[in-house]
Design a protein around this ligand. Structure first.
Ligand code: AMP
Ligand code: GLY
Length: 427
């Protein structure tokens, strides 16, 4: 079977890498892909939002399965478009992807179906939002309703920060429309965890948990990014907490979407805060996380193509999904300036061939005159596997230190929190 992956970042590189290992998959295409993906798949220069061209390509090449990486095409209805033409595609339809596309929609679902999350109010009027923020006081969380590339959330610790965030979203319109409606949310205290699940209607198969590092600098300092690194498992989080998240959040969400007449088929990403009162939802996404995918898929023992096909054919409940023991760590190398503006086209040195334990997933790279150069804010996701987190972390950083480009930045503490807590628990 031929497979088409849509997208061109680190997450899509991980999808391509895993799908290419399936004995059922004869050829992998990726649109548009990147320089790293081009080493293991055939890249097709098509825009992720040009549905007509993508569907035409899928028909012409007899693609047996299309897999969508990023949220944008999902929210724009790529799954509806492909299905109308009888093409097999894995991902939620537009009406289900709204779980990610509108924070107000997501919050309303959680309220209606008693899914644990922070208290909130949604506003379209700046004056009313401001009055509410002043009444609640800091710390408080302000979120643009629509998509804002992972940057639409301000955790305000002072009133000044809160008012500044409201003003830039609702008055200055920095997210061009995505912030004309805002959700103002209770500040939740606890530890964050990501749980990804394969979902088909009411069938839910959770993956192994992982933890992202959003702020750009060590010790969670600096502005939020799309994600600077991940690890899996999250050893200091008890299995019972993960089970509680499945029982009180993931399953009820899948059932809620069926009850709403918007069954979700795809990857449900639940961003959780593990509070003293148990797990609560920080956000839903309607797709694999980036860079969570880069540590979760290396731990998947089963054939990913089998799982996707089963979901597309409505047979997910028959799937046995197996995971590998051990751990994975992904360290993101980014361009100087990211998450603000950054230069492109800088030559990357020190890239070695992937091994069984170390894979360098490309996030933003391109080929220029036979060289691999930077082409995005997040450039590489260096993933290593190991017997435990120590070993995975050591291998990841050994590889990172071998790679260089001008202005390269990475956090040196990916996974450190888990290792500190594990040490603490031993004592
Ligand atoms: P998001 O883009 O929704 O993932 O939010 C970015 C980051 O803001 C999250 O990873 C959390 O660290 C933080 N955050 C979001 N919502 C809350 C909340 N209600 N309480 C505390 N922190 C939050
Ligand atoms: N790593 C966070 C996300 O994919 O949204």
């Amino acid at each position: 079977m031929k497979v088409l992956v849509i997208g061109g970042g680190g997450r899509e590189h991980a999808l391509v890498w895993k799908l290419a290992q399936s004995p059922k998959v004869s050829h992998v295409y990726c649109a548009p892909g990147n320089a790293g993906i081009a080493q293991m798949a055939e890249c097709v220069p098509l825009d992720v939002n040009d549905f007509a061209a993508l569907a035409e390509f899928a028909k012409r090449e007899h693609i047996g399965l299309t897999v969508v990486g990023p949220e944008d095409p999902l929210l724009n209805g790529i799954v509806d478009f492909f299905e109308e033409q009888g093409l097999a595609i894995f991902g939620p339809k537009k009406e289900a992807a709204l779980l990610e596309g509108s924070k107000t929609f997501a919050k309303d679902i959680m309220e209606k179906y008693h899914i644990p999350t922070g208290a909130y109010r949604s506003f379209t009027e700046y004056d009313e939002a401001l009055a509410y923020v002043r009444e609640q006081g800091a710390p408080i969380v302000i979120k643009a309703d629509g998509l804002a590339a992972g940057k639409g959330v301000t955790v305000a610790f002072t009133m000044e920060e809160a008012e500044e965030a409201l003003r830039s979203m609702m008055v200055d319109d920095v997210f061009s429309g995505a912030g004309s409606r805002v959700v103002i949310e209770e500040y939740l205290v606890g530890e964050e965890m990501t749980l990804l699940s394969f979902v088909d209607g009411e069938t839910v198969i959770p993956m192994v948990p992982s933890q992202d590092h959003k702020p750009v600098f060590n010790d969670d300092k600096g502005p939020n990014t799309g994600g600077m690194g991940t690890y899996s498992p999250v050893p200091h989080m008890d299995d019972s907490v993960v089970q509680q998240a499945i029982d009180t959040i993931v399953l009820p969400t899948a059932r809620a979407m069926v009850a709403e007449g918007r069954p979700f088929r795809g990857i449900l990403y639940t961003g959780l805060m593990i509070t003293e009162k148990g797990p609560k939802v920080i956000e839903y996404n309607a797709r694999f996380g980036d860079p969570e995918t880069q540590v979760v898929l290396p731990r998947l023992a089963s054939d990913l193509a089998d799982i996707f096909l089963a979901a597309v054919e409505g047979r997910l409940s028959e799937c046995q999904v197996e995971w590998k023991d051990g751990a994975a760590v992904c360290v993101v190398m980014s361009s100087e300036g990211y998450p603000g503006s950054y230069p492109k086209g800088r030559e990357i040195a020190g890239l070695l061939a992937n091994t069984d334990d170390v894979v360098v997933f490309h996030a933003g790279t391109a080929e220029q005159d036979g060289h691999i150069v930077t082409n995005g804010g997040r450039v590489l996701g260096v993933t290593a596997m190991g017997y435990d987190l120590y070993e995975a972390q050591r291998r990841a950083y050994e590889t990172v230190r071998h790679i260089s480009f001008e202005g390269a930045h990475y956090r040196t503490d990916i996974g450190a929190k888990a290792l500190r807590k594990a040490e603490h628990n031993k004592r």
